[in-house]
Design a protein around this ligand. Structure first.
Ligand SMILES: [Zn+2]
Ligand SMILES: [Zn+2]
Length: 298
């Protein structure tokens, strides 16, 4: 999940356990609590062999993770998690894998999206000030530690000032969608996100679909747009949803992906890195698919 959809607990899933594969993790380059180096060390200790670093609208953690991985036998999969707007205003997250991190078009688009995030974060701070809850924009930037600014950083700043008792309260009362201090931001459409990922030589997967209403329909629509995979293994999926997603992936001929969505923030109800079973076969299929996009570009 992420900094933009408040997490909800949906019960422990039988897919929890140790895994050689984790295709969904965050670092300080977005709203994760740990540096890429620390994340790689944790993954290595957990026995992970294939780790995708998937920060929000940010590829900045990939290089450091790759460097850190040289000390361990871990493959770092260059990844991203992009927010996309659905018609009607709801939001979906699209994961990208095996991206060319030097792709100029992707980099330029990410800069534009991050500037949008910052403008939005600043806008929320202004609204909170107007509501009689002054928090410091500098503090919010500090909490984001140079990564993508997200609503959890605003919530944390509010918590520090004692305006709220928990991060969830910030979302419920003020900065959740439609709240009095909420500010919208520019996002890509799912079609644009998928196409951008493909043009950067990457493979696109639908992140945590169960947080989306009527996800089987949305998934079919996304596959029609060229989506390659769906996050079928995830920490708190009920077993029935996991089965539904695996069946859908099979029927639609797309790749089942999965991961912990580790942020290292206890308040986000995280699964530990490497804590969700994902088959190694998924990694091979993602790599092979990325190969076909790379050939198309070349
Ligand atoms: Zn995530
Ligand atoms: Zn997410």
């Amino acid at each position: 999940m992420d900094n933009d959809i408040p997490k909800r607990h949906v019960g422990d899933s039988p897919s929890l356990g140790s895994s050689k594969v984790d295709l969904h993790t965050h670092t300080t380059h977005s709203d994760g609590a740990y540096s890429p180096t620390a994340l790689v060390a944790m993954a290595a200790a957990a026995g992970v062999k294939h780790l995708a670093v998937t920060d929000h609208d940010n590829l900045g953690g990939v290089a450091e993770a790759t460097l850190a991985a040289a000390q361990h036998t871990i493959e770092i999969i260059p990844g991203i998690e992009m927010s996309a707007d659905m018609p009607g205003g709801s939001e979906v997250h699209i994961l990208g894998y095996y991206l060319d991190v030097d792709n100029q078009e992707l980099q330029a688009e990410l800069v534009r999206l991050r500037e949008g995030r910052e403008g939005r974060g600043y806008g929320m701070v202004q609204k909170l000030i107007a509501l009689g809850m002054p928090i410091s924009w500098e503090r919010v930037l500090e909490l984001s530690a140079g990564g993508s600014v997200g609503r959890p950083h605003v919530a944390q700043a509010m918590l520090e000032r004692g305006y709220i008792q928990s991060s969830a309260e910030a979302f419920d009362k003020y900065i959740g969608d439609g709240g009095p201090a909420y500010v919208d931001r520019a996002k890509l459409s799912p079609a644009e996100s998928v196409a951008l990922i493909h043009r950067a030589g990457g493979v696109a997967s639908f992140a945590h679909p169960i947080y989306t209403t009527d996800y089987p329909t949305v998934l079919r629509d996304l596959v029609a747009l060229g989506l390659d995979g769906v996050e079928s293994y995830y920490g708190h999926y009920p077993e029935a949803d996991r089965q539904t997603l695996l069946t859908l992936a099979d029927q639609l001929g797309i790749i089942p992906t999965g991961g912990s969505d580790y942020h290292g923030r206890p308040t986000m109800n995280d699964t530990p890195v490497g804590g969700v079973y994902v088959p190694v076969e998924s990694v091979a299929r993602l790599r092979a698919k990325a190969e076909t996009y790379r050939k198309r570009i070349a």
